[in-house]
Design a protein around this ligand. Structure first.
Ligand code: SF4
Length: 378
């Protein structure tokens, strides 16, 4: 069993614009920013006791963390280092948007201890960025990746979206080529999905947008796997590819069910048995912190729920699910489903692990839910 260290996540709930497909928590008004930042410091101080083991990763996500001033980010890193036993070579990731990237800013982020930059590129094509409602244009997408490539971070990654309406394999190939030509050591590639209550969901409902066929999205996923394999990037999670030494340590810990602490509005936390989520509202978060009121909900996970979570996240990874680590006996998994997906060539068992085959990666979530144990198996 690989031992993973706990992580700390900071949710920075502000964006310049609302991307049409996004269902994360954020506000486009910066009015509450000083108050939210102060409240997050308070939350961190209050919850310092919750992580006792070494902290291996710190992650700034959102929202758009690159909207914060470098000194604000540095203050969070400093407080985390004082609050927890953070290891000296911790991975410290900052999500940044292309329109916030300048040479000077990159240098400042390196100086304050950011080791890994995650760039929200999504596309290098102007018309696509406009359609998604992104705040950056094609020129910024291209100039930011060029600047990051030579900035000297220990690691960096970009996000790209495929499965867009009308996207061809040629367009997807072009996107991947641009990224690979810059020596990208890691890629997160997401298939466009329609999330409830987003502007995109509204457009689809009104028939203003027609989503592509599953077959088109599936062919683009196949091309993605081919191109990354040929370029030497390991497919270590359904949506993530990295050169050796460049896999995201923070996200890998999530997928392996390691405890983490989430700070800020909407942030989730997990202590091994209990999941907790903060209120997804900046003003309510701030006010509750000020008044000393509860600003979160929580749930004690049953062994069946923990087993199913590990199946859901673990099956998406190339390491698969270590059966001996499941809180419930592996015999409780749906044996007929295991057999069916194994016989069909989508699932295999090796070294005490359940692992998806390449064909199985197209159906990760469906296979996991077929295998789920029920509460009666406790
Ligand atoms: S910048 Fe990121 S978090 Fe903000 S709206 Fe766009 S996708 Fe969502």
């Amino acid at each position: 069993m690989i031992l993973r260290m706990a992580g700390v996540y900071f949710h920075i709930p502000f964006c310049k614009r609302a991307c049409t497909y996004c269902d994360f928590h954020f506000s486009t008004s910066l009015e509450t920013r000083p108050g939210v930042v102060d409240a997050m410091h308070e939350e961190l101080a209050k919850r310092a006791v919750e992580l006792t083991g070494p902290v291996g990763t710190i992650y700034f996500g959102g929202g758009t963390p690159s909207l914060l001033k470098p000194e604000e980010i540095a203050a969070f890193i400093g407080r985390a280092r004082r609050a927890f036993p953070v290891i000296p070579d911790a991975e410290v990731t900052l999500e940044a948007n292309p329109d916030d990237i300048t040479e000077e800013r990159l240098e400042q982020w390196k100086q304050i201890g950011i080791t890994r930059l995650s760039l929200g590129t999504q596309s290098f094509r102007g018309e696509r960025l406009k359609w998604m409602g992104r705040a950056h244009d094609a020129e910024q997408a291209l100039s930011s990746i060029a600047l990051i490539a030579k900035a000297g971070f220990a690691s960096w990654t970009i996000d790209l979206i495929y499965g867009l309406p009308g996207m061809t394999i040629a367009e997807w190939d072009e996107q991947l080529t641009i990224a690979l030509d810059h020596g990208m050591p890691h890629l997160s590639a997401y298939c466009l999905t329609v999330e409830a209550k987003t502007a995109l969901a509204h457009q689809v409902k009104k028939a203003l947008v027609t989503m592509p066929d599953d077959a088109d999205q599936s062919a683009q996923f196949d091309r993605l796997m081919e191109r990354m394999e040929a370029a030497g990037l390991e497919h270590y999670e359904i949506s993530n590819f990295g050169r050796p030494g460049h896999h995201s340590r923070h996200n890998t810990s999530y997928w392996e069910g390691v405890p983490y602490l989430g700070i800020g509005p909407s942030a989730h936390s997990f202590d091994g048995v209990r999941r907790r989520w903060n209120v997804a509202n900046n003003t309510r978060y701030m006010k509750a912190m000020e008044m000393g009121e509860t600003y979160w909900d929580e749930e004690l996970l049953t062994p069946a729920q923990r087993t199913n979570e590990l199946l859901l996240t673990g099956l998406r990874t190339s390491n698969g699910v270590e059966l001996a680590r499941l809180p419930l006996d592996a015999a409780g998994l749906q044996p007929r489903a295991v057999e069916r997906w194994t016989v069909s060539g989508h699932l295999e068992q090796r070294d005490g692990r359940l692992v998806l085959t390449k064909a199985g990666r197209h159906f990760a979530d469906r296979i996991a839910s077929d295998l789920f144990v029920s509460e009666d198996d406790r």
